[in-house]
Design a protein around this ligand. Structure first.
Ligand SMILES: CC(=O)N[C@H]1[C@@H](OP(=O)(O)OP(=O)(O)OC[C@H]2O[C@@H](n3ccc(=O)[nH]c3=O)[C@H](O)[C@@H]2O)O[C@H](CO)[C@@H](O)[C@@H]1O
Ligand SMILES: C=C(OP(=O)(O)O)C(=O)O
Length: 424
């Protein structure tokens, strides 16, 4: 379907059944970038079928890699991936494309990468990525908006790096640069997200010497070369969280399968506090509302805090929970674009700076709304599931960046949701 497709959601249907969570976008993307670190054939399992993955594969192809699907897995061959220019047309589509910078400088000694795009949720500078590479000896300049990076003749060398904020992709980029650098790199105040741990595990399986991924201090002893690997992408904790919240809006009972409960501890605690009954098993969670839902105070924070990538969705849920909820967005300075759209559905929300105050209303009413970014799209779907009438959501290309088969998965548990030509 083209960009003029919309998603339509008819509210008021109870959900019941099972949803299987896909592989994590934010784990699969760095894994794809990491294939540039050593020539050869990689096999990645559980890669979600998403627009962002297609974009990253396009970028890898431009850099000389080849790929094909093989029995549900993705096989990537980087034997001929010798190019080092990542052009604006691709990089501008997605934040994670900046993740080719570290591997290219580490392996090829140079890279020209356009400034990355991604969800419009704040300024999203990349100073931490660049300062870290400079500390490893790279010379960096900006040319016509592109980052041009060059390693010294003898390659990058290990460095002491301390972040003033635990940036996820900066941690990933610098881990990938450091695995082939001479000597030891220490990254302090590193991000601890499960996707960072997954990338660390992948790099270790390629022969990298990394310790401490998943803690605030990551130590990396550079090695001369790495070799390709086979790896299974971890489940998408943000997709899982989105489906776990849905019964709070619709009633009913949904079993969310193929997830990793340890990655969702704060989310589980928050949803339980709101009054969802969650039965947690080894790799699935059964979610249903208790007698009464309660308003919440939610503060987003780096992992293991409440994820910013679920802030919009919990706001949609809280918009019909009786009482006053407060949501504080601590990661991105401009991640409340969904508020105006939720208000179009009748939500009562006021925003001041990084704080949103949500006064729960009895019911939302359907209206045409616009998805402003990826997670905003999911919040509008959740809101639409509880609204009276048929909600039309436009600009759904955002949603396709990060939710595999969303309409099919929600339809499978009883929602009335479909994609079709926009009507307004
Ligand atoms: C592809 C991917 O994995 N995207 C995720 C990643 O984005 P991303 O890695 O872009 O997010 P960061 O963790 O880098 O950003 C966190 C904060 O640090 C700031 N910052 C970041 C880098 C930098 O060099 N300088 C700087 O100031 C950002 O502006 C932001 O305010 O983590 C975010 C926070 O969990 C998630 O919302 C995104 O879904
Ligand atoms: C913000 C997100 O993605 P990106 O970092 O790719 O913009 C997201 O996954 O919610």
């Amino acid at each position: 379907m083209s960009k003029t497709s919309c998603i339509f959601v008819e509210g008021g249907h109870r959900l019941s059944g099972e949803v299987v969570v896909s592989g994590a976008k934010n784990a699969a993307l760095p894994a794809l970038a990491a294939t540039l670190l050593a020539p050869g054939e990689y096999q990645l399992f559980n890669v979600p079928d998403l627009l962002d993955i297609k974009t990253m594969l396009k970028l890898l192809s431009l850099l000389g890699a080849k790929w094909h699907q093989q029995k549900g897995s993705l096989v990537i061959n980087t034997s001929l991936a010798g190019k080092t220019v990542a052009p604006y047309e691709i990089v501008n589509l997605m934040r994670a494309s900046v993740l080719v910078l570290g591997p290219l400088v580490a392996r090829a000694g140079e890279a020209r990468v356009a400034r990355p795009g991604g969800c419009p949720i704040g300024k999203r500078p990349i100073d931490l990525h660049l300062k870290g590479l400079e500390a490893m000896g790279a010379k960096i300049k900006m040319e016509h908006g592109d980052i041009v990076a060059k390693a010294p003749r003898r390659g990058l060398s290990g460095a002491e790096i301390t972040f003033d904020f635990p940036s996820v992709t900066a941690t990933e980029n610098l881990m990938m640069a450091a695995v082939l650098a001479r000597g030891k790199t220490t990254i302090r105040n590193a991000a601890r997200e499960p996707e960072v741990v997954f990338l660390g595990d992948m790099l270790v399986s390629m022969g990298a010497r990394i310790k401490g991924h998943g803690t605030e201090t990551i130590s990396i002893e550079g090695v001369k070369e790495l070799s390709p690997t086979k790896i299974k992408v971890i489940p998408d904790r943000i997709e899982a969280g989105t489906y776990l919240m849905a019964p709070a809006v619709t009633g009913g009972e949904v079993e969310v399968k193929n997830l990793c409960p340890e990655h969702l501890e704060t989310v589980i605690a928050t949803l339980k506090e709101m009054g969802l009954k969650l039965e947690v098993a080894q790799d699935s969670i059964l979610s249903r509302p208790g007698k009464r839902l309660k308003p919440l105070k939610v503060r987003t924070a780096p992992y293991p805090g409440f994820p910013t990538d679920l802030q919009a969705q919990i706001m949609a849920v809280l918009s019909t929970v009786k009482g006053t909820s407060v949501i504080v967005e601590n990661i991105f300075e401009d991640r409340f674009h969904h508020v105006e759209e939720l208000k179009r559905l009748g939500a009562d929300i006021t925003v001041e700076g990084r704080v949103a105050v949500v006064n729960g209303v009895k019911k939302l009413q359907a209206a045409p709304v616009k998805a402003t970014d990826l997670r905003a799209s999911a919040s509008l779907v959740l809101a639409g599931l509880g609204a009276e009438g048929v909600t039309q959501i436009s600009e759904i290309h955002h949603l396709k960046r990060g939710y595999e088969d969303l309409c099919k998965k929600f339809s499978g548990i009883g929602a009335k949701i479909w994609e079709g030509p926009c009507q307004h």
